[in-house]
Design a protein around this ligand. Structure first.
Ligand code: SAM
Ligand code: TMP
Ligand code: ZN
Length: 411
């Protein structure tokens, strides 16, 4: 079944989109399924292009949002201890910031299981999460977090403004890049944000994706691959200003963007410096994009060659972390259960099901510790430190990790 919404012009400025990478026929990256559901599985063409006018890197085809962010969306933000700490720090940063007034109101777009707003709630501060995926929203509610089970966009934001007043902070992590209708997001922010408030969001950085050849950051949910240059241009189109950028090490390298109403704050030096660095690196120049596409093919060839050799040598290879990112790797590289036995993952909702497209069985992490595989392909490479520390016994017993970011290697 294929019913994608076609797009050949830039979703932000309507400029011409130049396609530079085709990752082929791909399933919904977070749609884990049973054997019986395989015949009806949804597929679309995963390809990426860059806008010649505003520089925004984006998918060529949009997948309807209701197919991705459903009642049983399985991703739980609280699954990593490093991320729990990151979001607690973020919440405290907002509460201590100059733009949070005496009775601040903090709104989060894509609040998921309440990992960030939980800390705001514990501080007794007014807050509201927008989270369309029903089950994760319910987990947040059980923690005492206020959540509206809705997509954030202009009409829903305006309703909140009318009922609850202006927000001092509107925050989003790993969510704005999921939203093709960016203009409606900015109109929603315009409706809801206090005059001196800030719109802060963080997403995987195109600069890191290019540097690390982390092509698995490209999947249905990640519609945009932001740079300071493209975000600044998009903000300005909507009457806002990019006033700060900050590098984050989480999720393989991100940028955090701080946006204010035009003229409400003086941009930090980091904005112009980052934009200039992006220009000097030619982050969206045709040569860079061609080289990136060639690097992606090299990683695919190296990874499949390694896995085939290990199979010939009779080694047992499993995978670690049934990430959304891994759907791109398994489907683009043609990894089936002949090459990778199964994937272990801590998310109960994923266990017992098959991975999208490649149909590898998902098992609980206990299976990893008890079954002594020779090699483990680390799909959750962005959580490498946390996972490798937890699984030190595997390494001590002679097990080896297979990594493919930035290059294929066995450690
Ligand atoms: N903020 C969390 C984090 O960083 O771990 C969750 C990120 S998760 C990858 C993206 C979340 O955004 C999902 O929970 C999804 O349901 C939600 N989402 C998608 N579109 C949205 C929209 N228009 N408004 C609010 N939430 C949205
Ligand atoms: P993410 O890379 O999108 O955050 O997804 C991480 C996936 O890996 C998620 O399904 C949870 C899983 N996971 C584990 O199985 N064990 C772990 O220790 C961590 C941190 C994540
Ligand atoms: Zn554009």
């Amino acid at each position: 079944m294929t019913t994608p919404v076609g797009e050949t012009t830039c979703r932000v400025c309507r400029g011409p989109l130049g396609e530079f990478l085709d990752l082929g026929r791909q399933p919904l990256s977070d749609r884990f399924l049973t054997e019986r559901e395989i015949p009806g599985e949804f597929f679309y063409r995963l390809a990426v292009g860059a806008c010649a006018s505003c520089g925004m890197v984006q998918l060529m085809e949009e997948v309807p949002r209701e197919l991705m962010f459903r009642e049983d969306y399985p991703y739980h933000s609280s699954g990593s201890s490093v991320m729990r700490e990151h979001f607690a720090r973020t919440a405290h940063g907002f509460l201590e910031s100059a733009y949070a007034g005496p009775d601040p109101f903090v709104v989060e777009i894509g609040s998921n299981d309440g990992v960030m707003l939980g800390a705001v709630r514990d501080a007794g501060v007014r807050h509201l999460g927008f989270e369309p995926s029903g089950k994760v929203a319910e987990v947040a509610r059980r923690r005492g977090v206020r959540v509206r089970t809705d997509f954030f966009e202009e009409p829903t934001a305006a309703e909140v403004r009318a009922a609850e007043g202006p927000a001092d902070v509107i925050y989003a992590a790993n969510t704005i890049c999921h939203i093709p209708y960016l203009e409606s997001i900015f109109r929603g922010v315009d409706a809801l944000l206090a005059p001196g408030g800030r719109f802060v969001f963080e997403d995987p950085y195109w600069g890191d994706i290019v540097e690390k050849t982390s092509f698995d950051q490209i999947y249905d949910e990640h519609f945009y691959f932001f740079t300071a240059t493209s975000v600044r241009a998009a903000a300005e189109r909507s009457g806002f200003e990019l006033v700060d950028v900050e590098r984050l090490s989480v999720h393989g390298g991100e940028l955090r963007y701080t946006i204010a109403r035009r003229g409400a704050a003086t941009p930090a030096a980091a904005v112009a410096e980052t934009v200039e660095r992006e220009r000097a690196r030619g982050l969206t120049a045709p040569d860079t994009l061609r080289r990136f596409a060639a690097d992606v093919e090299r990683v695919r060839d190296d990874l499949t060659a390694l896995l085939r050799r290990l199979r010939e040598e009779g080694r047992r290879v499993v995978a670690y972390g049934a990430t959304a990112k891994s759907a791109t790797v398994t489907n683009f590289c043609g990894l089936d259960s002949g090459l990778v036995e199964w994937v272990c993952d801590t998310t109960p909702q994923k266990q017992g099901l098959l991975t999208p497209g490649a149909h590898l069985p998902v098992v609980p992490p206990e299976r990893f510790s008890t079954s002594h595989p020779d090699h483990a392909l680390l799909f959750a490479w962005n959580h490498a430190e946390e996972i490798m520390a937890k699984e030190q016994e595997f390494r001590d017993a002679g097990g080896r990790w297979i990594l493919y970011v930035p290059d294929v290697r066995v450690v």
